[in-house]
Design a protein around this ligand. Sequence first.
Ligand code: NOJ
Length: 539
Amino acid sequence: MSQQWWHSATVYQIYPRSFQDSNGDGMGDIPGIISRLDYLCKLGISIIWLCPVYASPMADNGYDISDYCAIAPEFGSMEDMQALIKAAKARGIHIIMDLVLNHTSDQHEWFQQSRSSKQNPYRDFYIWRQPDEQGQPPQFNPTSYFGGSMWTLDEQTGEYYFHQFASAQPDLNWRHPDVQQAMHKIINWWLQQGIAGFRLDVVDLIGKDIDAGILANGPHLHKLLQNMNQQCFAPQQAITVGEVWSATPETAKLMTRPERGELSMLFQFEHILQLHHPEHGKWRARPFNLIAFKQQLERWQQQIGNGWIAQFWGNHDLPRAVSTFGHEGDYREPSAKALAMIQFALKGTPYIYQGEEIGMTNVQFEHIDDYRDIETLNHYHEKRSQGWAEEDIMTGIFRHGRDNARTPMQWSASAHAGFSKAEPWIGLNDNFQQINVGQALVEPDSILYCYQQLIALRKTWPVLVYGEFFMLLPDDPQLLVFKRHLAEEAALVVVNLSAEPAAFSYNGHGEQVVGNYGNRQQISGHYQPYEAVIFDLGD
Ligand code: NOJ
């Protein structure tokens, strides 16, 4: 397959509000990010995925954009953004921005125009439908991702507009050529500012056909992506990563095989969806099932062909990786390293979510008022009004609420974890005195240095990047074991993903390349709880 530099590179995701505050207002900002670039450089990452910093009323922390070509004042100015691009470039780090294509803020000029009258030239930038005879919204009326209907009546013109997320996030009408052109212009403008590409928010939703009741992976998706690629991405060699909750290996190949000219890679969510309850989704989560995980992992690794995916455990919408897939108690350190070793030994570009590299954990705030996330708050109030017990709701929020990932980055054991001089916009996780970057930097075998080692290893050992994948022991309930083969070379990854010791026997020799329990001489033998080793099987 044709090789790209970003196949062996590592991406680091920054959630700007919670990364580093520079001006003492309790909220992270762009100058704060600049001040931490040397840290990221030391870690060895090549790309930053920057969550939205555009002008926004912040109903959904920036995923509701009111001006795509302006920076939200709480994050800084356009000059700050330019300085960030430049300072990152000077350290060999590329920036990909988060591009929200499916919807805008209801405060965006386009929507303001659109809602003002049925004759306005921007009317069809959004999706409007007349009420039925009883004044009700159209029959196709699923529940929005943040609760309530996907239709909101706008008094001014007496019609309903469509929104898959909050009512403050109206969906754009991608069937309108002017919407496509306007977005292409914005994309090209940003690429000219020197960024390397985009993470495309819920991109599988833009090809929808509402009247046919199709939202995800709709009939217009591929054509729209191909046009965008021709008009914007290809000419400027942009890197793109789509957020695609509906992805299967088949649809992922359609979106990422290079000859189709759509996206560079995508995030697929099967390992996350596997944790969700069939009816209540993430709010009544199911425990991690290793055997089911292995089945889907094998399928993706073997079937992706010359398409490409992102490898990740967490992001700003998901609970903390170590709390979900590892062990946040006694085995926090080995399990966080084990997760990293799995991630870095798979086909697909690894993405680290801020704080993952020090093993940050989920948080449990005492009171619902301590939470900030629109999805969490809407869910809480909706379920309370439906009679769910407080405790049940909070259990779901503790395990899967998005604020788990949004507590401030834990830089040090000093006041506000070194994140800010002021009270942060959201509470800290109170374990910051034990878990922080300062501490990780002085411990030679910290989780942080394990990531550093893996980031470097992937750049120099192509078997981890391109090797063929073979799953061993698919039915073992504790061990995750797989091999990668490339030409004459082979790597073997053995991970005990449980809190009990496990026995493994293997007929052959290998040399340990990375491990989380000291140096292992033999492949066969007992593996400690969450012990993980990457072996070089030689040629
Ligand atoms: C996915 C983003 O990651 C999430 O944070 C956001 O709320 C929705 N898309 C809507 O833009």
